[in-house]
Design a protein around this ligand. Sequence first.
Ligand code: NAG
Length: 280
Amino acid sequence: MQHLIYTAILFTWTDYKTILIPVTAFACATGPIHSVSKLLQSIAWIWIHLLLCNVSNQAGSEAEDKINHPWRPLPSGMITKSQARQLRMGTVITCLLWSWFYGLDLVAITAALIATTWMYDEAGLSNTALGKNFCNIGGYVSLELGATKLMGKTLQLDTVSITAALLSGALIFTTIQAQDFPDVEGDAASGRITFPIYAPEFSRVFTLFATVMWSIGLGWYWASGTVVWEAFTILGLYVGFRYYKWRTPDRDRRSYLIFNVWLVCAHLLPLHARLNVPPA
Ligand SMILES: *[C@@H]1O[C@H](CO)[C@@H](O)[C@H](O)[C@H]1NC(C)=O
């Protein structure tokens, strides 16, 4: 059992900062968070679904992981390939039951996530930059919608929540390459064509442009107030500038960490709309 829990934690290790924390923050701000019990239920739901995606992902990316992430359960030999496949089946069933406990809406979200994950890993969409991107957004937005449902007072989603999740999807769609810069070597070795590999110069210019424009646009849309807006824009500018200026794997890893701080901030902005909404 301990081994299983440890293995599960390692499967999801890379994505605490990229998925679990940002999605939780988003749901807290957007739901908005109703109680500690809701918070825990929401986090548990996100985590088990993250595990589903990641077991599935890593069952097929051993070659790349040997180079970029040798400590992961499969390349390090903690778990065999056939055990990973069993675990994958186990997570699919667990997630469906878990959501079923809350109602069919959530089952539909889980099904959407399973479908995107399948397209990503089995139908080969992860091998093209665009396909990879589409699946990632599908996954991310599904997690956000599910987490927000569980976080708020009721399971219903209103316009603010849905708009916030769609904007988040668009934001991820245009900035997800941030995660590919540090992995260029391993990706190239496994024949993956990511945006940074396809267009080394343009992808960095584009990232700078995107982080700045999103900072300005989101601060304006959510009417976050001048101080927050400026601080958020400066952070966005800094991250974009790092990616543009410093191009070694070490620097890129650090930039990606800061990018995630910026991403969490971006996902907290809807809170402003919540604070202005009079209680129903
Ligand atoms: C884990 O799953 C998420 C959601 O689909 C994905 O974005 C992320 O890249 C995955 N990470 C790993 C390490 O498999």
